[in-house]
Design a binder for this molecule. Sequence first.
Ligand code: SF4
Length: 186
Amino acid sequence: MQISVIKIVESTTVDGPGLRTTLYAAGCNHRCKGCHNPQSWDINYGTMADIEEVAQRLLATGEDITFSGGDPMFQLEAFTQLASIIKAKSNRNIWCYTGYTFEQLLRNPKALNLLKNINVLVDGRFVEELKSKDILFRGSSNQRLIDVQKSLKVGEIVIYEPMNLLSPLLMKYKRVDNSSLLTPHS
Ligand code: SF4
């Protein structure tokens, strides 16, 4: 199977915690107002690549992985296969961006097959009126960071807390004083 790829960017810090390798895929039908990359809507904007080769390239970086676009759900079967290969060969953490909501995806059995291999889903369309620079890893405040595996396990949406990935030292600071992570009171 092949997948339409716009680009693969290593060591990004904006598509999830830590240094990640992000795969930007072509194809999206959400047409969000204010989308920063409307050329990505066209599946032909990307270059067709063999999924096994893409998986090897992503794994070779040694970094955790983010699926972005476009909307990866536009190539649902390809991303399902890609995530499956990655998880079979590694314990890489996978984030996935989509314009669909988690609830919409749950109604699609094919999407569920992909979600089983996704750690965090950043869901929902970009809403220009809700655009904010003060939220982590998202463009607008309607979008959620969803801990997919916990959500599937308990049967309700569990929001992923970025705080969980802060260093133990910062976590210690937070326990001492919730008012500011930057002010240690140890
Ligand atoms: S889902 Fe993302 S890529 Fe698609 S139109 Fe919306 S902002 Fe653009």
